[in-house]
Write a protein that binds this ligand. Sequence first.
Ligand SMILES: Cc1ncc(COP(=O)(O)O)c(C=O)c1O
Length: 418
Amino acid sequence: MDKHAQGRRHFIRQLTAATLTLTGAPVFAEVSMPATPQQPNEAYWEQIKRQFSVAPGKIMMNAANLCPSPAFVLEKVLEHSRQLNRDVSFQYRNLFNDERSKAIQALADYTGAAPEEIGITRNTSESNFLVVNGLELKSGDEVILWDQNHPSNDVTWQKRAARFGFTVKRLATPANPGTVEELASVFIKAITPRTRLITFSHISNTTGVALPAQLICQQARAKGVMTLVDGAQSLGSMTINLPELGCDFFTASTHKWLMGPMENGLLYVRKERVASLHTSIIGGTWKSTGVTVDDKLCTLGQRNDPTLVGLPAVAEFHQMIGKPNVEARVRQLTQYLKEQLQQQIPNVVLTTPMSPAMSAGIVVLSVPGKDMKDVYTRLYTSFGIAASGTGGIRLSPHVYNTLADIDKVVGAIVRLCA
Ligand SMILES: Cc1ncc(COP(=O)(O)O)c(C=O)c1O
């Protein structure tokens, strides 16, 4: 079990509005978080749910798109925003240099990477762009990608390939894969002497299929092929250790499963690959001497700096629950959701595999003969359930949901599809 989650009382630094340091930076006092039991039960998750300020009567089931932040994370960001608006001087803003280093360290600790391998961008799309545009690829080279990739890791490659003359191979995986080896072999078998890179979503945002990322990365590396894993749907929903995953590049957004802050992204580049990536965006603070991922690739001009303070805070939130507990809870919720859908709607079509080895936090479903667009709309207007219309209905619960929420969601779909 995670060292922070050993059944003792946890403390997080919470805002006390009155106290400011001499520099004007807000100070936070300690308040309690529920202790994580050895076996987290429903009463514990009810307490976790209360750490969020989701509107009464609403059920957020769209973590794959956007997550709320724990209230104390949001408050920290807002208070730093308020203070910045009281004093936008260079002197005051110096404190954000320190906050950026702390945020990079927190993301490094959270992912097992070295701080020099981590950069902070605005989102996954931008991180993908920085890899696509930073790699030197020429006529004769080939990139392999999954046909379920997000456009920022698909159309981007196609546009660049058309301009620079390399080839993009888009591969489909079987609709009903039997094993994870079968999924991996689709990509590995397609490697030719021209293949430079394989890139795929760790978890598809359109079907919920999870690819065996570690297996693909290991086998690709053994053949001298680089890998870019788009982790938009895995960072924060699965326990990720980047060196163990074995990819060369990894991208994610912090406003999805990490639960905040909004509009930050992660770019990981394995140490050995940093030199091979060209800089695409040069902000005012960029220096030709920059050798870390953040210094070399992520000087993106003026940013909304107060969001930086949310990153160590939210990483701490995951650590306090225990990262394996977060993944186990997400899996428990989605597994229960899939089982209930199958039991209560006999003709439901689950696009997402039942197997936990090939899925994680996303469930995509449809009901033959029903207008799924209408169901998606009415889930929100009649029941306050925030879903997505991707692939029919896409539901993605997180630690702020309970089994009772899942029962309400299934009950609502039953009523709408009766
Ligand atoms: C797999 C994947 N990649 C990239 C993105 C883009 O994320 P963002 O809009 O935060 O850049 C998404 C968004 O849903 C996604 O699911």
